[in-house]
Design a protein around this ligand. Structure first.
Ligand code: GLC
Length: 432
């Protein structure tokens, strides 16, 4: 069932969202935002597909198929696919040094893909036709998940470790400050940032952080992005709540899809990964804070504050009992401090910065996942609150990359694909 305009509550933003998706459509894939991000980004595409569904289901599937077309032989699906050269973005393909066609970065991003596919299939107008596409994609998705288990899951704890903050998708979360502080930037080759030509510097990562990001890109490139070496030696190896929760959920969705299509071997392979990741989430529980936080696998240090992805414990199906109650207490505290949920970092923490990227702003895509998990676990009131806050943020301010959770101001890039997509798929809809 493709949605129609009548399904949307009365709002002038619908046509604008459609125009953004059409404008950012490069033919088979979308860019997150003209100029600022002129290539295909991995998890952006999963969210984008949900928006394209409302306009054109074929186009939605194509977004995901194009992404999988850039999969590496070992199963990794890269964080950025450089379909065409574009000098407006740094670091481009040469810095990553990946000699493939299409050119890509050397790291991955949160695997929202299987979860998006399940929703697309559920809502498809022609189920048989959609099921054929899912059938063709599922083995590739399973290989990607398997790659995470081999290359990124820490065998001891079971959590997913990222080797670069960009792999987590939350580029400058204060969670990375401790682990990044140990990165040696002495050998960083000269470079020129391009992001500051598009967005106010106060809303972007600081210069010292950027040097560390580049040091990590060079480290991986100089080792040919060899996962075994990176797991053993990468100076940054941090257990990430977002990745672990999203992969755990994606595996549950992969199992469900495979079962629906009668792919029993694939279903049991994916089911076998779930206990490891559940163990991983348990290992990321931080008793001192009473929430899931990052775990630096090099130093053993835990993150110092609650983040918006801490609440993905519900989405991952693990935040039950006392842990669930503690998370709801934090959410209540966040709501007291910020008019709009969910700030990406604890508003009571000194590192909270309401307009700087992942240090405080609210991101509609995270809101969407957290709200879904809350609705599924009986916390309808909180799910509705996040839904209505997300809707108000967009309605009052437009389709920005992220929003100030205190006053709602739109921040970062404008006309953003995933914000427009989440409007069409969720925020503007009356239901969940
Ligand atoms: C930023 C975000 C990342 C996103 C990308 C494209 O790097 O931190 O999560 O995928 O922009 O929108």
């Amino acid at each position: 069932m493709a949605s129609t305009t009548e399904d949307f509550a009365d709002s002038g933003r619908h046509a604008e969202a459609e125009a953004i998706l059409r404008g950012n459509d490069m033919g088979g894939y979308s860019v997150p935002s003209e100029g600022l991000y002129p290539f295909q980004w991995n998890w952006d595409s999963a969210f984008a597909a949900l928006g394209y569904r409302v306009l054109d289901e074929d186009r939605a599937w194509a977004e995901l198929e194009t992404l999988l077309g850039a999969q590496w032989e070992d199963g990794m699906v890269p964080h950025v696919v450089f379909h065409k050269e574009d000098p407006r973005y740094f670091p481009g393909p040469d810095r990553w040094g990946v000699d493939r066609c299409p050119r890509t970065t050397g790291i991955s991003q949160p695997p929202v893909l299987a979860t998006a596919m399940r929703r697309l299939l559920e809502l498809s107008s022609d189920r048989d036709k959609a099921a054929l596409r899912v059938r063709a994609m599922l083995p590739k998705v399973a290989t990607w998940h398997g790659w995470f288990l081999d290359a990124r899951v820490d065998p001891e704890t079971g959590c997913v470790a990222v080797i670069h903050p960009w792999e987590a998708g939350r580029d400058n979360s204060p969670e990375w400050d401790g682990p990044l502080s140990r990165i040696d930037t002495a050998g960083v080759e000269p470079y020129e940032r391009r992001d500051l030509e598009h967005v106010d510097a106060a809303m972007r990562p600081k210069a010292a952080d950027y040097d560390r990001y580049m040091a990590l890109v060079q480290f991986g490139r100089d080792r040919g992005w060899d996962d075994r070496q990176l797991a053993a030696e990468a100076p940054f190896r941090v257990g990430d709540v977002g990745m672990t929760a999203i992969l755990l959920r994606a595996n549950r969705d992969l199992v469900a899809l495979a079962e629906q299509l009668g792919l029993t071997d694939l279903a049991s392979r994916a089911a076998g990964w779930i206990p490891t990741l559940e163990r991983g989430m348990a290992a990321l529980w931080n008793d001192r804070i009473g929430a899931y936080t990052a775990l630096d696998l090099r130093s053993g240090e835990r993150g110092g504050g609650v983040t918006s992805v801490s609440f993905l414990g519900f989405y991952a199906g693990v935040a039950t009992g006392e842990q669930g109650r503690k998370l709801i207490d934090h959410l209540e505290r966040f709501a007291d401090r910020c008019r709009y949920l969910i700030p990406s970092y604890d508003p009571d923490h000194p590192a909270f910065d309401p307009r700087r990227y992942w240090c405080g702003p609210a991101w509609i895509v995270i809101n969407r996942l957290v709200a879904l998990g809350l609705a599924e676990t009986g916390h309808d009131g909180w799910s509705d609150r996040i839904h209505s806050d997300s809707r108000a943020l967009i309605e009052n301010n437009g389709f920005y990359e992220y929003f100030d959770p205190v006053d709602g101001a739109g921040c970062g890039g404008p006309k953003f694909t995933w914000t427009a997509a989440m409007w069409l798929d969720w925020a503007a809809m009356a239901g969940k």
